[in-house]
Design a protein around this ligand. Sequence first.
Ligand SMILES: NC(=O)c1ccc[n+]([C@@H]2O[C@H](COP(=O)([O-])OP(=O)(O)OC[C@H]3O[C@@H](n4cnc5c(N)ncnc54)[C@H](OP(=O)(O)O)[C@@H]3O)[C@@H](O)[C@H]2O)c1
Length: 326
Amino acid sequence: MQAIDPAQAGGPDVLVPVERPVPPPRAGEVLVRVAAAGVNRPDVLQRQGNYPPPPGAPSIPGLEIAGEVVALGDDVDPDLLGTRVCALIAGGGYAEYAVAPAAQCLPVPDALSDVEAAALPETLFTVWTNLFERAFAVEGDTVLVHGGTSGIGTMAITLGNLFGLETIVTVGSDEKRAAALAIGADHAINYKSEDFVARVKEITGGRGCAAVLDMVGGDYVPRNLQCLSEDGRHVSIAVQRGASATVPLFDIMRRRLTLTGSTLRGRDAAFKALVTEEIARTVWPFAAAGKLKPVMDRTFPLAQAADAHRRMEEGAHVGKIVLTMG
Ligand SMILES: NC(=O)c1ccc[n+]([C@@H]2O[C@H](COP(=O)([O-])OP(=O)(O)OC[C@H]3O[C@@H](n4cnc5c(N)ncnc54)[C@H](OP(=O)(O)O)[C@@H]3O)[C@@H](O)[C@H]2O)c1
């Protein structure tokens, strides 16, 4: 099969198609003929050599796929054969075939194209587990999400609208501000021209928000804490401005704030299976009804994976970038 499997770390140019054997599905796994594979920021970090695949994961990048199940490993429900699925995987998506744990597959409803389905799992699992589980966001809560037009940010806006959250997002330009509002954010703040702490206070009438989903880190963390209401929750999912921060402990005590965070890729299969089952119950009915769709930026053929990464690194994209296997 054709796959992207760079021999060494480097710039986008290392992403050239090569021949690789079709991976055999092991017990509990399915083999998927990949129609489309989502591109995520962690793939860029992996390509640069800063985010190695966890032990046992393929070196081929790609954390989410959609396509047809064409072979089954042992102990897999035979009804899965021939069905259209999308799946969260620990790697291997940038290829014509990929294996996925059957317990991490979701059926693709008619309302979703393969490209749309491939763009969902990574951000859906990440936002669901961090915003709704770790941060306990519930209907009526106001939440602050940085990177409002990112893959993650657009999913947070989409889920926020489906589950009755008031979303405030930050973005780095007026064009992205308009895009975030068009996608459905309740408020969008251009952090380059406005102080997001002051704006969040203003929007919430001085109360602050219930949760912050933070992909920025560094000096944003103490500022994020200022945006939280009493008993507010701060969830770290990335550290683009720095992996450490100085936080005001007495303020955390006085206002009973919670600081937490997580990474999805390294979690074990049992956890991912539980989340899949939960998403199938709570979120997937919206996908079947045509109410959950990813915000799409662009697609690129697999052979142009380098251009897909360049587009992500330039940072002008809004929503998801997806590779198609054609
Ligand atoms: N913990 C996990 O399990 C997990 C899982 C998936 C992804 N992630 C992380 O989540 C982040 C988003 O992933 P993605 O695939 O959605 O990537 P993406 O679409 O490339 O988004 C990155 C976003 O970060 C924003 N950004 C970058 N530098 C910033 C800064 N200094 N200040 C404020 N905003 C900044 C950019 O917004 P502007 O252009 O508006 O500045 C951009 O929208 C990545 O950092 C990724 O590693 C974590």
